[in-house]
Structures are given as C-alpha cells and as structure tokens.
Design a protein. Structure first.
Length: 315
C-alpha cells in the first residue's frame, strides 16, 4: 500500500511539474545568475560559485541538481560576462546545461541597470531502461539510452543598488521538442517540450543597528500551465557575518498550506568567501515519503585590495 501511495504521489508531482522544468534553489539570493543573465559581473569582481541540491531525500528518482557559475566585469564594470554549467538528474532523465551570459550596465539613480542575454546548449539524456511503461512495446519509449543537444537563448534585466536589487528574466525563449521518435507513424506532440519560464526577483537590506540588518527577498517563478511559485524570504544578518533566514514557498496544488518552509544559514568568512546551507521542509502530501531537501552553497570572489570590506555583499 505504501508503494501505491508513492506511485500516486509521483504521478501528481509529474503532472504539476509539467512546465516547471528549471531546477529551483532555496538560496536563490546567492545564485541569481542561474535565473537572470543580466546579473553577470554585478559583484564588480571575478566570482566563482557552486550549489549542490538534493531534493526529497530517500525518495527514489527524486531531483538532484548542481550548478557552477563564473562571472566577472570588464571595461570598467560596464560589461559583465559569465559561464554556467548546470546538471539536473530526475528519474531516468539526466540533463547538462552549458550557458554563457553577457550583460551591459548603465548608471541610473545611484545604482546599475543591466541588460543581459544568454546562449545555452542543453544535453538532454534519457535512460529508457529505467522507464517502466504500462504497456510493453510502447513506441513512445526507446530501448536504450538516448540524448539530444538543444540550443536556446534568453534575456534579463537587473537593477542593483547598494542595499536593493530587482530583476526580471526569461532564460529560455524557444519551446524546443524534448521527445524521441522511434516509429514513423508517430508524430511528436506538445506533451514534452521546453517551456518558457518567467522569473521576477527583488530584495533589500534594512539596517536596524550597527549589529543587525533585516534582509527580505522574494522570487516569483511562472511557467504556462503550471502553478505559480513564490518564495518569500526573511533573513537577519548579525555583525555582517551571519545570515539566518526562513523562506515560505507558495506553490503546488490548491488545498495545501504551501509547497515548503525552508531554513537558511549563511556565513560570510571574508569579503571573498561565503558559504551557506539550507533545509526544506515539505508541506505537501509527499512529505510522508521523503526526509527533506538539503542544499549547500559556496562562493569565492577575487576583490581588489582597494575595495575594502566596509559593505559586504549579501545578494
């Protein structure tokens, strides 16, 4: 009976995630280049970051995601370039994404307004031997491991002030076909295609004293024919070194209190090195069959000695 419930829960999740194809990250405030190419070079220093996320631990076939990002400014901070590698494994699918970002920024109202574009190649792989079809010999399923290379491109706009940021983006514009065809009598349909994803983000720092700052942030994720996801985050920064926060993720099916409640601990070791850990507690019915979601983050930036450490970056 427990296995039956697990199968039913996975079926519901697959249906709800039909268009939500991009991996989600709880520490989005430290991983914005994964959502918005206009973020490239915004640190005004070369930065290397990485995130490892394992979702719904102990649930077979659950998502496991990693990404590595490098970005840096050029031409007196007027241009930013970036390179990102993303990996996502869900059930029989294994996806590698390689993206390059270019951003151009102008000074507006004491901050930087950036316009960014991104080119991307997706290596989409399916191991059909891991697929258990209801009807044997179904021509829509293969009998070996298959892969295809899928190009795409996107754009974003990002505004960055000393204690405030906001951005909108659409990292993929093309609705590429993800199906594999084996029978000449079967035509590819729209049941498996890349979907356009829209992201909106904003955050700010509210100093309350020399020792404490408040850091609210929000991330909105939307894709056609999928539930709207909203991450509402609130954090407290102590002595510019420790950031403790919680996120309420709204999404999924009606009737649930939400998708998850997430807890974040981030440490600023210096103006160059930051690290973070996050834990997601699932609120939907699937929480019975898994042991939570974990995420690790590390970022290293190469700042010049003249920059100083008077205003550490928390986004």
């Amino acid at each position: 009976m427990r296995n039956l419930f697990t199968i039913l829960a996975l079926f519901v999740l697959v249906c709800s995630a039909n268009a939500q194809q991009d991996a989600q990250y709880t520490q989005f405030m430290f991983n914005k280049i994964a959502f918005n190419p206009a973020y490239a070079g915004s640190h005004k220093a070369p930065c290397l970051s990485g995130i490892y996320r394992t979702q719904w631990v102990n649930l077979e076939g659950a998502p496991v995601s990693q990404n590595v990002n490098f970005h840096m400014p050029l031409f007196n901070n007027r241009v930013g370039i970036g390179l990102s590698i993303y990996h996502d494994n869900i059930g029989p699918t294994n996806t590698w994404n390689y993206a390059m970002q270019y951003a151009y920024r102008v000074k507006i109202a004491g901050g930087d307004l950036s316009f960014g574009v991104q080119g991307q190649i997706r290596d989409y792989q399916v191991d059909w031997q891991d697929v258990k079809s209801v009807h044997s010999g179904d021509a829509l399923y293969g009998f070996r491991e298959d892969s295809k290379l899928i190009p795409n491109f996107g754009f974003g706009v990002y505004y960055d002030h000393e204690n405030f940021y906001a951005g909108v983006s659409m990292p993929r514009l093309l609705n590429n076909d993800l199906t594999f065809q084996y029978d000449g009598n079967i035509q590819n349909t729209d049941f498996s295609r890349e979907a356009r994803h829209f992201f909106g983000m904003a955050g700010l720092i509210l100093p309350t004293s020399d020792a404490i700052k408040i850091k609210p942030a929000v991330l909105v994720k939307y894709a056609p024919n999928a539930p709207l996801d909203i991450d509402l985050h609130g954090g407290v920064i102590f002595y510019d070194k420790i950031n403790i926060g919680a996120t309420y993720r709204i999404g999924g099916f009606q009737g649930n209190a939400g998708e998850s409640v997430d807890f974040i601990l981030q440490m600023v070791f210096s103006d160059r090195l930051k690290a973070g850990i996050a834990y997601d507690y699932t609120l939907s019915d699937i929480r019975t069959y898994q042991s939570g979601t974990y995420e690790l983050m590390l970022e290293y930036c190469i700042h010049s000695k003249q920059r100083g450490t008077t205003n550490p970056r928390f986004f």
